[in-house]
Design a protein around this ligand. Sequence first.
Ligand code: HEC
Ligand code: HEC
Length: 215
Amino acid sequence: MSLRSILRAAAPALALLALGAVTAAPAAAAGDPVRGKTLGYTCLGCHAIATYKNVYPTYSVPKLRGQHAEYLSVALKAYRSGERSHGTMHAHAVTLDDQDIDDVAAYLAGDSIPFDTVSTPAGTPPPAATAICGSCHGAVGIGNVGNIPTLTGQHADYLVYALESYRNGSRKNGLMQPFATQLKPEDIQALAEFYSKQSPSLQTVPLKEKAVRAK
Ligand code: HEC
Ligand code: HEC
């Protein structure tokens, strides 16, 4: 991977970023985590089991606790519309209206890792992390705005699968694809390992939670 070729490919996305288009999305209506806990019960069978894997292909079910609630809403809407394809997630998302989605997102995210928890990276970041990814995902992998996912402590095999999916076009996103298509498999591996080792870490949703606080 040459950084210059990545930057060239990424120019349209970076221009959007400079124009503020990335942050221009309206803030999601705040969800109600108490209502979301009831709705989210069926999600726990996969998202509250730390070792749970998607089977074909095999990769870990993503960690959601600590994620930005707004990004979780964006993701659920993409599964619902079919823009992001995954059979089980589509089947769940079509049962949810917009308010349900915001509520379940607020519950699953819990106390989102705050934007400004900027810490020094653990280990040496791969060059692309500093040159490219950090402009949106922050120095250690905390998404800069609500609709950019946090990557810190996420399962490395899920991050690899996500980046491969953008690269081969099976997951479509105008911001991510120009970057991902420039990455070589070894770059993807190094980036996934780097972000999976950063903290504060995303967590698996706890299976039993005593109380969910209203926000
Ligand atoms: C059968 C297991 C299973 C169940 C049940 C399930 N999920 Fe998922 N979920 C997955 C898998 C696997 C993925 C990753 C799919 C992919 O590759 O896009 C995922 C992805 C997600 C994502 C995207 C995370 C990210 O980082 O992009 C969200 C949000 C989500 N699930 C929420 C839910 C909610 C809400 C429910 C319940 C209404 C639910 N899931 C039920 C397995 C499950
Ligand atoms: C211009 C802003 C921007 C840049 C630069 C960027 N990303 Fe992203 N990234 C996003 C957005 C927005 C999403 C959510 C897209 C979606 O909904 O599928 C995302 C999603 C992801 C995901 C999926 C996370 C999940 O939970 O499913 C991974 C992994 C990722 N980015 C890694 C990277 C890496 C590695 C780089 C550098 C090579 C990078 N990103 C550069 C904006 C960016």
